[in-house]
Design a protein around this ligand. Structure first.
Ligand SMILES: Cc1cc2nc3c(=O)[nH]c(=O)nc-3n(C[C@H](O)[C@H](O)[C@H](O)COP(=O)(O)OP(=O)(O)OC[C@H]3O[C@@H](n4cnc5c(N)ncnc54)[C@H](O)[C@@H]3O)c2cc1C
Length: 398
């Protein structure tokens, strides 16, 4: 046993993404040791850009990695929605000092690897976190209040608790919720990166540029000290025509985005290749815990990315769960129930709100005009008021 640990045997965390690593770090900071089992050969992140709202930055601050995470992040000056049909501005939310004062942090865009990397470095340097790769959790059994976890590469661990932070296809969830495969949200995303020297200067904006088109939306923003741009083109579609992660060309992508003005296509024409992914999610469920086993992040409440909050929710989960373990002094079954009680309404609200943005972001015809009229004349304070439930860090983020 690690002499500084409050638990004799490590808790197992399945999955070393942003949620799993944040959880290991949060538990370690409260004196609990954990073992992270990650299926991949190396720790890393799929995808490139991540919007990091103030509620997410507040968790990173509380975990002591805020400065490291913000080092390469860009603080953006506004959130902008443009009508993809006319090119006119629909909504403009300034993220200036008023915003920072209100929510305690700015709004950033970051390379995923920088957020994940900051968490990974902190985990690696903490005595109470053990990290193993090439270890895919395939099964578990609860026996006498303990959890026997089976993973590939011959890992078999008996632990006081198991946390499934194993993403949208979670194996741990199968045994707790049993709701089958995640749902296809009826949309796909074509992702690309653009080097700064390929992006025309007039298109280099210090904020995400977001066009809401009929049945599609396109967003791009700068990353890593303006050295590159992240581009995501989401399309509402029937059955996907490509595999997840498949490389496609602009010729495959552009003709599918119809009915729009010229501006988004100026950006979409730049990359030589895109990668295609199906957007997946699940309906909220009213339980994701069974005794000493619980879920966190996308394993618990995967959502469509339309309000850019999935990673933020995983971070909030992590700090809430560690706080509950602290309050129950390591009675993990009790802690997991408390954590779920605290988190379930907020995360379900974010899942549902994200899905409602499908209609806003992709409106066509009359509905598009209604969408535009909803935002007309809103002052920054009115926007902040409506966003307060989301961007204000919950009280357990400390
Ligand atoms: C296109 C797109 C854009 C997005 N943009 C944003 C954004 O701007 N802001 C935001 O906050 N969120 C965003 N999200 C959501 C965000 O990416 C996810 O919510 C977040 O990554 C969830 O983190 P996680 O750790 O729960 O899961 P994951 O990131 O999926 O990590 C799970 C980890 O577990 C590992 N794993 C899986 N199965 C097993 C197993 N059986 N055993 C062991 N290891 C396993 C995986 O290899 C992985 O490392 C976006 C999502 C998409 C699809």
């Amino acid at each position: 046993m690690n002499p500084t640990s409050r638990n004799e045997h490590p808790i197992v965390i399945a999955g070393g993404g942003i949620g799993g690593l944040a959880c290991a770090l949060a538990l370690a900071r409260d004196g609990f040791q954990s073992l992270v089992l990650e299926q991949a050969r190396e720790f890393g992140e799929v995808g490139v850009g991540l919007q990091v709202a103030p509620n997410a930055l507040s968790v990173l601050d509380a975990l002591g990695v805020g400065d490291a995470a913000k080092k390469n992040a860009l603080l953006i000056e506004r959130l902008l929605m443009i009508d993809g049909v006319t090119g006119e501005e629909v909504a403009n939310v300034p993220l200036d000092e008023r915003f920072v004062q209100r929510f305690g942090n700015p709004y950033a865009v970051s390379h995923r690897a920088d957020i994940h990397g900051a968490l990974l470095a902190a985990c690696r340097s903490h005595d109470l976190v053990e990290l193993r790769t090439d270890a895919r959790v395939v099964d578990f059994k609860i026996d006498n209040g303990r959890v026997s976890v089976t993973a590939t590469s011959g890992h078999r661990v008996v632990a006081p608790a198991l946390i499934g932070a194993d993403g949208v296809h979670s194996n741990v969830r199968k045994r707790i919720v049993g709701d089958g495969d995640p749902l296809n949200a009826g949309a796909v995303i074509f992702r690309a990166t653009i080097a700064a020297d390929e992006m025309p200067k007039p298109l280099q904006h210090p904020y995400p540029t977001f066009w809401a088109g009929p049945g599609w939306h396109v967003i791009y923003y700068p990353l890593r000290d303006w050295s590159m741009f992240n581009l995501g083109c989401t399309l509402v579609t029937g059955a996907p025509e490509y595999e997840d992660g498949q490389e496609v060309t602009p010729r495959d992508v552009l003709p599918r985005f119809t009915g729009g003005c010229a501006a988004p296509f100026r950006v979409m024409r730049i990359p030589k290749k895109f990668r295609h992914y199906v957007i997946r999610h699940r309906e909220p469920v009213d339980n994701w815990t069974s005794g000493p086993v619980t879920l966190l992040g996308d394993a618990a409440h995967p959502m469509v990315q339309y309000i850019a909050q999935g990673a933020a929710m995983a971070l909030e989960d992590a700090i809430c769960l560690a706080g509950a373990a602290n309050e129950t002094n390591g009675d993990f079954a009790k802690a997991f129930q408390r954590y779920q009680d605290i988190r379930i309404v907020r995360t379900a609200r974010v899942q549902i709100s994200s899905l409602m943005m499908d209609r806003i972001n992709h409106a066509a015809g009359l509905e598009r005009k209604v969408r535009n009229s909803l935002f007309e004349g809103r002052t920054p304070e009115q926007f902040y008021e409506r966003l307060a439930w989301l961007y204000t860090p919950p009280p357990y983020v400390k």
